[in-house]
Design a protein around this ligand. Structure first.
Ligand code: ADP
Ligand code: MG
Length: 304
């Protein structure tokens, strides 16, 4: 039978909006000594907004057209980065709805491609642009080193820079920024004071990831991880002897949530994340995770 202390702790957690799927999940939580946090939507609010548009070549004369093209190309994307680009273009009144879109394609963990009014448009990270064999702008005498410096400068501010290519040429940089949730730093400090190693896991680039990690006091960062490889990073920590909790909100995080010793779905996470998780923190605050681990320790003390 389930020990009474486990039932009491599970009930207390439920009162705080922390839903624990099983007695085993609670017990495992008491043994966790490594917590892996997804960045977007877990540490940050997950509602990024557009901060910068840096057009290149001929697009320097028509930055609004570039933004409209990028937003139109992103129309069918479900990524929060796409939502930020689209919302900004809409707010500036740039979307007429008359553009023809064809051949939209998601490149998971890289970006998107779409043909807009006959123009091949790509929006994504440097790896996507490399793969598509995009060239420098044919007009305007642009300098690759300056473009790279701009990307790095945006990332160092914790923003996510993306490149836009049109018809096989670089056309500009856009950047999007997300704010950290108000109590992320406090919750991370509490976990660390329990002797738990805290790691950030993200598909975002190294520089952006480190800038955000620094804001919330996370000292281990695993960046540039493709969605299909997130679970492998959990397995690596387990192979080092850690009992691992994974915390995430997205479809991308589901395999890692399943692989972890305890999977936490946070907030208004996607249904897939919630179904894959052992614990759901309904408030969306990382403090819910801290409370659950505290309750697990209390329950274990009473059993042993
Ligand atoms: P995260 O782990 O932060 O959810 P993803 O694995 O979804 O990140 O994406 C990794 C990177 O791929 C993003 O930081 C971005 O550079 C690029 N990317 C992904 N989706 C898009 C998109 N729809 N538009 C532009 N860039 C994208
Ligand atoms: Mg995410």
């Amino acid at each position: 039978a389930t020990p009474l202390s486990v039932m009491v702790s599970t009930g207390r957690a439920a009162h705080m909006g922390v839903l624990i799927r099983s007695a085993e999940a609670l017990e495992q939580s008491g043994h966790v000594n490594a917590v892996v946090l997804d960045k977007t939507g877990t540490i940050t609010a997950g509602r990024p907004s557009l901060t910068d548009v840096l057009p290149l070549g001929i697009w320097r004369q028509k930055p609004d057209d570039l933004l409209a093209l990028a937003a139109t190309a992103e129309h069918d994307s479900e990524h929060p980065l796409a939502a930020a680009i689209i919302a900004d273009a809409k707010q500036r009144g740039l979307l007429t709805g008359k553009s023809q879109r064809e051949a939209f394609q998601v490149h998971a963990g890289l970006g998107i491609t779409c043909t807009v009014d006959g123009h091949a448009v790509a929006v994504g990270n440097t790896e996507l642009i490399d793969r598509l064999d995009v060239g420098m702008p044919s007009t305007g005498n642009e300098d690759l080193d300056a473009i790279i410096a701009d990307m790095d400068g945006l990332a160092a501010q914790g923003k996510t820079p993306m490149l836009i290519a049109v018809d096989g040429e670089l056309a500009g940089i856009v950047a999007v920024a997300d704010t950290v949730k108000p109590d992320s730093a406090q919750a991370i400090a509490a976990l660390q004071s329990h002797g738990i190693a805290v790691t950030m896991l993200t598909g975002d680039n190294e520089t952006t990831a480190h800038a955000v990690a620094q804001q919330v006091g996370v000292d281990h960062v695993i960046a540039g991880v493709r969605p299909e490889n997130k679970a492998d990073e959990i397995a690596k920590l387990q192979a080092q002897g850690y009992t691992v909790a994974m915390v995430g909100d997205g479809i991308n995080d589901a395999p890692a949530l399943v692989r972890a010793d305890v999977g936490f779905a946070i907030g208004t996470g996607t249904d897939v994340a919630i179904q894959s998780a052992d614990v759901t923190v309904m408030s969306g605050s990382l403090q819910g995770l801290v409370h659950e681990i505290d309750l697990a320790h209390a329950a274990l003390r009473n059993i042993n």
